[in-house]
Design a protein around this ligand. Structure first.
Ligand code: SF4
Length: 245
């Protein structure tokens, strides 16, 4: 099985079962489809006038060589040998409370917080249904975890609070104990939020990505990003895990 996709102007082919990755040109990109359903004469006829005969033959030979080497059209070694373990047990959820962010980091993994789509906040109803799903799928597990994530989850602080209350109430009814984490850029932390997080024992993860020169709060605007975060955490007396990358 092949998975073909384009990224940043490159044509990439993943041979799923071997794991081999090939970066190919336009001719090979097309031939990989045609070589499975047409014979050699039909292929040469189809490409006549667009590519030289020698080039097409050479490309077909290379495809065949990779096929023989197990790097293209490889067989599924596990076919018939692996039985997926049914629905499985779910013990944790990562809830995207906000597909939006108050920062605009150039290196953002999430498209500046919206993951390439419209900026949206998760409605409480969706969050409650996710919590219900977690409880329903958790089997015999007693301890469950929810990470409030984004974008910037503190943009949706009211829903965060509602979901913490809902989880604890539903957990109590079902013999489950919830723990929570919020992964935040910390800019929206204030006394009210700090007190709430401490009161409810919610773990805070700060992710400081990038060197000082590339972080959005550094340089000419506000120097010393890390120090500012540490100061904010001390100010609100929040216990944090700071990840510097
Ligand atoms: S703070 Fe995080 S989510 Fe927001 S723009 Fe920066 S990297 Fe993206």
């Amino acid at each position: 099985m092949l998975h073909k996709f384009e990224f940043d102007g490159s044509k990439i082919v993943l041979d799923v079962h071997s794991g081999a990755v090939h970066v190919v040109d336009g001719l090979a990109w097309e031939l990989l489809d045609d070589c499975c359903r047409m014979d050699k004469d039909e292929i040469l006829q189809k490409y006549r006038g667009r590519y030289s005969r020698d080039l097409v033959v050479q490309c077909l030979d290379e495809i065949e060589e990779l096929r023989r080497g197990g790097l293209l059209f490889s067989q599924d070694f596990y076919r018939g040998k692996y039985n997926p373990p049914g629905a499985g047990v779910v013990k944790s959820l990562c809830l995207h409370l906000a597909h939006a962010c108050n920062l605009r980091c150039r290196y953002c993994f999430a498209g500046q917080g919206n993951f390439g789509g419209p900026e949206e906040l998760m409605p409480a109803d969706i969050g409650r249904r996710a919590i219900d799903l977690l409880i329903d799928r958790s089997g015999g597990r007693k301890r469950l975890e929810v990470d409030f994530f984004g974008g910037e989850p503190l943009l949706n602080f009211e829903v965060l609070k509602e979901l913490v209350d809902y989880s604890r109430r539903r957990g109590g009814e079902n013999g489950k104990v919830f723990s929570f984490t919020v992964t935040t850029n910390a800019v929206l932390l204030n006394e009210e939020i700090g007190e709430y997080l401490n009161k409810h024992g919610i773990n805070v993860v700060l992710s400081l990505d990038g060197r000082k020169a590339r972080t959005p709060l550094s340089g000419a605007h506000i120097p010393g990003t890390t120090w500012i975060f540490v100061q904010m955490c001390c100010t609100w007396r929040i216990l944090v895990l700071i990840i510097c990358r």
